[in-house]
Design a protein around this ligand. Structure first.
Ligand SMILES: [Zn+2]
Length: 180
C-alpha cells in the first residue's frame, strides 16, 4: 500500500499498533519492558537524537512554545517561578541568559547555549572546576574574565562553586590555580 505522505503512514502505523495491542495485552507489557531496557541501554544515543531533532526543528519548537506561552500566560509564569527556576535545567538556563546579557554589555566575543552548559555539567561530573567540591549549585565562570578580554564561549567557560568564583574574581584560571 502506498501512502501519500509520511504523516499518513505514521497515522496508519499508530492505529494498527493500537488495535494490535488491544487484542494482545501481554505483548504491550513485553513491549513496555523492552522499551524501558532499550532506553536505559541507549541513554546517550537517545539524548543525542533529541538534541539533533531540537537543533533541526528549533524554529518550529520556538513558534509552538511562543503560542502556548501567549495562550497560558498565568500558568506559564507560575510554572517558571515555582518549578523551572528551581530545577537544575532552569537554573542553567537562567544563568546562561544572565551571563549572555553580561557578556553583551562587555562586548565579549562568542556565545553558548544551555546545552553547552549541560554538557559541561556532565563532563565535570557536577563538581566545581577548581576545588572539585560538589555544591548544590554551580555558576558559569569565565576562565579568562570578560573584563580581561576573555571569550564568551565554551572554550573559556567552566562551572565553579560560588566561593571559588568569588575568590577568583578577576584573575585568570591559571593565576587563580597557581595560588590555590
Ligand atoms: Zn570550588
Amino acid at each position: 500500500m502506498a501512502y501519500k505522505n509520511r504523516e499518513d503512514k505514521q497515522a496508519y502505523n499508530r492505529n494498527y499498533n493500537k488495535e494490535y495491542y488491544k487484542k494482545n495485552p501481554a505483548d504491550l507489557i513485553a513491549k513496555a519492558e523492552y522499551d524501558k531496557v532499550y532506553r536505559a541501554r541507549n541513554k546517550e544515543k537517545i539524548k543525542e537524537q533529541k538534541r539533533q531533532w531540537y537543533l533541526t526543528n528549533k524554529d518550529h519548537c520556538a513558534a509552538k512554545s511562543k503560542k502556548y506561552t501567549e495562550d497560558n500566560k498565568e500558568k506559564v509564569a507560575d510554572w517558571y517561578k515555582n518549578i523551572w527556576l528551581k530545577s537544575e535545567s532552569g537554573r542553567f538556563s537562567s544563568r546562561t541568559a544572565q551571563a549572555t546579557r553580561r557578556a553583551r554589555a562587555k562586548q565579549a566575543k562568542g556565545s553558548f547555549t544551555k546545552l553547552d552548559i549541560n554538557d559541561l555539567f556532565s563532563s565535570q561530573g557536577g563538581k566545581c572546576y577548581y576545588c572539585r567540591d560538589k555544591p548544590n549549585s554551580l555558576q558559569i565562570e569565565h576562565m579568562t574574565p570578560l573584563s580581561r578580554g576573555g571569550r564568551n564561549d565554551v572554550s573559556n567557560i567552566c562551572l565553579a562553586c560560588a566561593p571559588c568564583n568569588l575568590r577568583k574574581h578577576t584573575q585568570t584560571a591559571e593565576e587563580f590555580q597557581s595560588i590555590t
